[in-house]
Structures are given as structure tokens and as C-alpha cells.
Design a protein around this ligand. Sequence first.
Ligand code: BG6
Length: 483
Amino acid sequence: EFKEDTVIVVFGASGDLAKKKTFPALFGLYREGFLSKSTKIIGYARTKLTNEELRERLKPFFKTPTEESKKLVDEFLKLCSYISGQYDAPDGYQELNSVIEKHDESRGVSESHRLFYLALPPSVFTTVAANLKKYAHPGKKGIARIIIEKPFGHDLESAQALQKELAPLWTEEELYRIDHYLGKEMVKNLVPFRFANNFLSACWNNNFIRSIQISFKEPFGTEGRGGYFDSIGIIRDVMQNHLFQVLTLLMMERPVSFDAEAVRDEKVHLLKSIKPFDKKNVLVGQYTKSEDGTKPGYLDDETVDPKSKCVTFACLTLEVDNERWQGVPVILRAGKALNDGKVEIRVQFRENSNGMFKDINRNELVIRVQPDEAMYMKMNTKVPGINTGIAVTELDLSYKSRYSHFYIPEAYESLIRDCLRGDHSNFVRDDELDISWALFTPLLNYLEGPDAPTPEPYAYGSRGPAGLREYLTKNGYVYQDRS
Ligand code: BG6
């Protein structure tokens, strides 16, 4: 575990991710009492900024729910300073190292504990990781950890190349690959929820479960980042990483312990059991102008190739080929510019077959990751009153009402805290990456190759391509309109 005097260095400190996520998460940890007053936080980027200018930039993004917390902002900002330096030349790193050494000395600390957070585009990951190793790693005098964030490659080959470059520099023990979905409350809840409830374990298999659907919906398009998104597409952006992480935790076997390697071993086992995707069985879409014409279509973005077949909506169905899950379709669905912003898991149970009740709904467990964390189970119950009809109702756990006094951390807060504690459970291991890229690469090659299907258009703000309902029905999801 890192000591109180940890120095945290945020690379890309002048950029968007640092401003919107990394620093606010560090402030959140400070506000909640998880960072000590002797922590030193250094922002590093190429832009010339004074300490004060950095602080002013960061300030508007901090969450201060109470009067008390407002007072903490300046206190926290005093812990933050800034170094402007290049990513590819030694000077900045040498300066950084000497600042950290001086800080350690001034505090009479013999071990130097350093956390490097790379809020940077992948094109400079390796350069920065190499220079840090060379000029700012404490060596045997302390502990160093490095956090990197997706994209971890573009396909199997580039992901492996990146790993090959990083591996000689930073050990797997020192390296923390963030997938911020692993820090979300409901995703962290999957393991306790599944394995601490006996009745669930008993029906968590293909005897009881009909289909699984994991969906990601965003109400906004790629405005402003079309140029970036065009070479990425929704599958790389959220499916190969975020939705796959949710899938593995939802479907893996019980780990032998809570130990990070035990958990990640089970995730890897599960990933290895996924059958190669049937790439012809995907539904892809690209959004067009909203019906009222106020929101732009994907191709209206000037930075996007007007002939782009970039996929902004995708639905695919896969199967896990093991005893527990054989025959259960797992549908992944993700889209930008839709009618709603929501991430949820839907576990649909098999139909009630005892013959006593006709024409009733299946049970369905919904785990809403966001917004408004909730879990509810659709159940059939008697309509109250003298009549005897049956209706669907919900066993409902809504965090807002049940846990209104609890603080639900931001994903990044939770993950940075894990990293400070040296807990890798919620970070991505290299072999997870290999397997997921091996599964997705053929599909991506097809969708980006000469025989690529033309994505179905759907209007900005709609539910997605017109063929969605038919696709879901064909692949095993049963619409239950009776409720
Ligand atoms: C990021 C994607 O990884 O996740 C974005 O690059 C997406 O396109 C974001 O908007 C979604 O994260 P969240 O936490 O808002 O669901």
C-alpha cells in the first residue's frame, strides 16, 4: 500500500480527461477523506501554465455538495502544482524527479511512493512510460505505479504491440489499465450480488435464463469529436471494453477468492469460452439528422469523411460455450445519439412452464448501471382486490430511495483509490485484452473492409435503426408488451 506521502503525477494535466475526470476524482477522494493532507499532486503537460493557472482551470469541475466541501477546494488546490515539459525530451522528467526528491527529503521520507496517471492519447503512452521509467522511477527506493487508460490498441495486433512496448518498462504489478466501467457502483456490485445470494446462484444458468442483454445508450452524438470517433466506432469505443467488462463479471464462475488474480483468472476463463462472433449477425447503424432537424447527422460533422461507414450503433449476439451458458444468447447493444441515456443489464428468465397460468410474463432482472442505480425484478403477482387477475410488478431496489444517505463515488474515485491500495481487481489484465481483441478483430475487419455492410440510418434522438426490434426478437429476446 502507498503511504500517506504518495506523490501523484497527472500527465496531460491541461487536457480534457484530466480536467473533467482525473483531478475531480482526486478532489473527491480528498473530500471524502481518502487522500491525506501530505499528498503531493503534480500536473504535467506541454502547455505553459503557472500553478495558479492550473488551479483556476481545475476549480470549476470539482463537486462540492456541502458548504464544508466548498472550503476544501482551496486546501486541495494547494496540494497541486504544475510542471510544463515535453513528453519526448528528458528535461521535464528530470525536473519532475528532482521536485519529487526534494519533496520527499523535506518531509524526511526515506521511501518514495509515486503514482503516475497518464491522461494522454495512446500515441504518447510508450514515450512517456519509457521516459518515466528512465528518469522518474524511484527504483528500489520506493513503489511506483502507472495508470493508463484506453484505447489499448486498435485491434489485436496493435494491442499486442503496445503491450510488448510497455512490458519491459513497467511490470504487470506496476501497471494499472483503467476501464472506468469497473469503477461504477453497480458494476462493483455484480460480484457480491451474484455470489452472496444463494437463490441467485441456483438459477444463474441456462436452465433458468433465456437471454441476457447488456445495453448502452447515449442521448448525444459525436459532436466535436467526430474526427476521432471516425476511426474508432462504437464497438471499440464502448463494447470491446466497457460492455465486455460488465459481461465477464456478470457471467464468470465464482472466483476462488477476492484476490485480484483470482477474479481476473475467472474473467479470462469466461472470455476464453466465448464463441467467435457470427459477424453476419450484427445490426449496425449510423445516425442521421434528428427528425426536427435541430441535431446534426453523423456525416454532417466536417471532420468526418462524407462516405464514412463508421458505426455509431451496433447490436451483436454472442454465446458463451460452457455448461452454464450454452444456448443463452448474450446481446450487446450500444449506440450514440439515441432517445435516452442509460446503461443496463437485462437478464430474461425462461417462461413459466407449469401450465397453471397462461399468457403471463417472464421474470426479468434489470440492473441499471446508470443513471440512478437500481435493480429490479419483474414478478407476476395477483392484482390486489377481489378480482383474481395477474399482473407484472417489480421487486424494486432503487439506490436513490434505499441508500439516499450513502455516497456513491465516481468511477474514477473508486479506481484511483484501488490503485493507491495496490488492488488490481478492478483493472484490466493483459490477457483479458488479448482475448477480447481476438474476438472483436475479425468483426471489425469485416465492418471496415471492402464487404462492409452499409450501416442502417437512424434519426438522432430515436430508438435506433428500424430493424432493432426484429433483430432482438430473432436473437432470443422476448418483448413483453403485456405489462
Ligand atoms: C468512454 C467513451 O470510454 O465512455 C465515450 O469513449 C463514452 O464515447 C463514455 O461517452 C461513457 O462513459 P460514461 O461513464 O459516461 O457512461
